[in-house]
Ligand binder design. Structure first.
Ligand SMILES: Nc1ncnc2c1ncn2[C@@H]1O[C@H](COP(=O)(O)OP(=O)(O)OP(=O)(O)O)[C@@H](O)[C@H]1O
Length: 256
């Protein structure tokens, strides 16, 4: 059970020149194995929220707990995937996926089995010995995903992981992620600018206000676990997309 409790969290960044209130008393509860997608105006504080859950930075006020343990720094229970590839170019795909396990001292045989398992899950079994420069952007993203999974976290934190991919590759990644999550559910917080991506992947979509960010509203996504790309043509899907786009325009206008 890895639920996430974000309780009254504020974050102030202070530099020599200015003080920025990035998050303002934000509260949100995310259930174990739930996928919550976070959308909001650019610069509102979405990455800040993810970095706080990851434990890369500390809240100025409030607390975050994962599986009832207070977050006080990074931990093996949480893995992060960013937009930029995090693969090591000097390591093969298999070595990249096994990296976290090697660091934790997982034995060679178990490591090899788990690398195989996760490469299979993301459809990269044939590329175990390839090097990242031999892969497409989408394939490198699959390596990132397999590596995050293989490190054995309870929570996955994804910060616009598919933001740099073309539409077709992105769609393939939606299906790949959906497949992996179906096989091995995780608690996932997924930050994106793409409303369709949020609706396609999420159990709930959280709409943030402009900076300083708070949760503006939470949309329940009613499309079940097995979603095909055709879902986007569904009138209910389009109605929800329009509703979220409208809300985002509204919160931006209110702040202007
Ligand atoms: N380390 C930092 N030091 C100072 N200010 C920061 C720092 N990190 C973030 N900020 C500020 O906090 C605010 C929120 O930034 P954040 O990256 O969380 O927004 P975002 O919603 O993820 O943006 P985008 O959608 O453009 O990726 C911004 O005004 C940013 O300049």
């Amino acid at each position: 059970m890895a639920d996430i409790l974000i309780d009254g969290v504020s974050k102030v960044f202070t530099t020599a020149r200015k003080r920025t209130l990035a998050l303002n008393e934000t509260s949100l509860t995310i259930a174990s194995d739930e996928i919550v997608c976070v959308v909001g105006p650019s610069g509102c504080g979405k990455t800040t929220l993810l970095n706080l859950i990851a434990g890369f930075i500390e809240p100025t006020a409030g607390t975050i707990s994962v599986a009832s343990r207070r977050v006080e720094g990074p931990g093996a229970d949480r893995a992060v995937v960013f937009q930029a590839d995090a693969v090591f170019p000097w390591q093969s795909v298999g070595q990249n996926v096994g990296y976290g396990m090697r660091m934790r001292g997982v034995g060679r045989a178990e490591r090899a089995a788990r690398v195989e398992h996760y490469l299979n899950l993301v459809g990269l079994s044939d590329f175990r010995s390839a090097y990242p420069k031999e892969l497409s952007g989408g394939m490198r993203k699959r390596v990132d995903l397999a590596r995050a999974y293989a490190s054995g976290p309870e929570v996955l934190l994804l910060d616009e992981p598919f933001g740099a991919l073309d539409l077709f590759t992105k769609e393939a990644m939606w299906l790949a992620l959906q497949g992996v999550v179906r096989t091995e559910p995780k608690t996932i917080v997924f930050v994106t600018h793409d409303i369709e991506e949020a609706l396609f992947l999420g159990d709930r979509v959280v709409v943030m206000t402009p900076r300083p960010a708070r949760v503006h509203s939470v949309v329940d996504v009613p499309f079940g676990a097995d979603r095909s790309l055709d879902l986007r043509a569904d009138t209910d899907f389009q109605a929800l997309r329009n509703e979220i786009a409208h809300t985002l325009r509204e919160v931006q206008d209110d702040a202007a």
